[in-house]
Design a protein around this ligand. Structure first.
Ligand SMILES: NC(=O)c1ccc[n+]([C@@H]2O[C@H](COP(=O)([O-])OP(=O)(O)OC[C@H]3O[C@@H](n4cnc5c(N)ncnc54)[C@H](OP(=O)(O)O)[C@@H]3O)[C@@H](O)[C@H]2O)c1
Length: 326
């Protein structure tokens, strides 16, 4: 196991603080739906992660991991290793609970699952509302935001934010909301550097959290995709200079751009590797070199929702079939 890493924190615009790296806990999905943790594997990963210095965990009601994330944290609180206020839990409202009154139902379930009195950051997972049968619902995401504001006022969510919103949609939340979103969680890796969105968020003091930070460096959906790999010469060159791995260089590239990476790993060696990135930083020309991989490639592209009025991304010619609707 690696030694303890004291992770720095970023200030949020509501005065709270977010640890600069989070542990992703989405285990993926296969033909049977969302992959679940077996034999409390994820709970044990969370406990190991806390011992290594992780203080930020990213989950979502749709991941089916809230319970083990909460259990791992609560066990470490019981052991006296951390206090609740030392840990930052991000979770997300799923698309089937976008009506204002449904948000409270979803929040109650999240608190039940995690065994917690509050979550630190509650994100709207997508601007897209769906009915229970996954047909499209035209509920306005601002109605959903009102429901999230209710949760904030009741103290169940200490901070609010959004995920997978485009700039115009985020602007609407800023214009029409009564509570400001403190964070935007979007896909960020060398092939989608999100320069414009990051600059916009910076101008509004909104923290960007970067999901799928390894992009094409790792297999996705059991496949290799085009794009830089772990042995890419540009990345290897930088890694050798700092005595780091290419995975660490990519995570540091996010940190140096003020993005909070949320790498997922259930492997103790890689967990330790991914957090061990706070003893070096990249030079501007190195950041720019990595920026050149940008090809606006998304690995999360739910084109089956693209006829939805609030679909946030560019349209594609041949949308894939919705795996959730059968
Ligand atoms: N808001 C959203 O819509 C959204 C969408 C997608 C993801 N997310 C969040 O972002 C998190 C991370 O994204 P992700 O899971 O898509 O991708 P990721 O973190 O970029 O990649 C995870 C993959 O990389 C492997 N890995 C981890 N560290 C490694 C290392 N140092 N060297 C080599 N391989 C390594 C993992 O395997 P091992 O586990 O075996 O190490 C796993 O297969 C998710 O878990 C979730 O919390 C949010």
């Amino acid at each position: 196991m690696g030694s303890f890493v004291d992770v720095p924190k970023l200030a949020l615009l509501d005065g709270r603080k977010m640890p600069a790296i989070g542990l992703g806990t989405y285990l993926g999905f296969d033909k049977n739906g969302v992959v679940t943790s077996k034999n409390k594997e994820l709970r044990d990963v969370v406990m190991d992660a806390i011992d290594m210095g992780y203080r930020h965990f990213d989950t979502a009601s749709i991941y089916n991991t809230e319970a083990e994330v909460g259990e791992g944290i609560n066990m470490k609180i019981d052991e006296g290793v951390v206090r609740r206020e030392d840990v930052f839990v991000t979770t997300k409202l799923w698309n089937t609970h976008h009506k204002r009154e449904q948000v409270a139902v979803a929040m109650r379930e999240t608190l039940n699952q995690t065994g917690m009195d509050y979550v630190d950051l509650y994100l709207m997972h997508w601007p897209i509302g769906l009915n229970e049968d996954y047909s499209h619902s035209d509920v306005d995401f601002m109605e959903t935001w009102r429901g999230m504001e209710d949760m904030y006022r009741l103290g169940f969510a200490k901070s609010l934010g959004v995920s997978n919103f485009n700039k115009q949609q985020l602007q609407r939340v800023l214009d029409e909301g009564t509570v400001k979103p403190v964070a935007l969680q979007v896909e960020v890796h060398p092939q989608i550097i999100q320069e414009e969105l990051i600059n916009f968020c910076k101008s509004e003091d909104i923290v960007v959290m970067g999901y799928s930070p390894f992009g094409s460096l790792v297999m996705r959906y059991g496949m290799q995709f085009p794009g830089p790999k772990m042995d890419d010469p540009v990345l290897v060159d930088i890694a050798q200079k700092y005595g780091k791995t290419t995975a660490q260089v990519v995570l540091r590239w996010l940190v140096d751009r003020n993005v909070v990476p949320i790498p997922k790993s259930v492997n103790p060696k890689r967990l330790a590797e991914n957090i061990n990135i706070f003893d070096f930083h990249l030079e501007q020309h190195e950041i720019e070199k990595i920026n050149q991989f940008d090809s606006h490639t998304r690995f999360t592209l739910p084109s089956f929702w693209q006829s939805h009025p609030y679909y946030p991304f560019e349209q594609v010619k041949d949308p894939i079939a919705d795996p959730f609707r059968g």
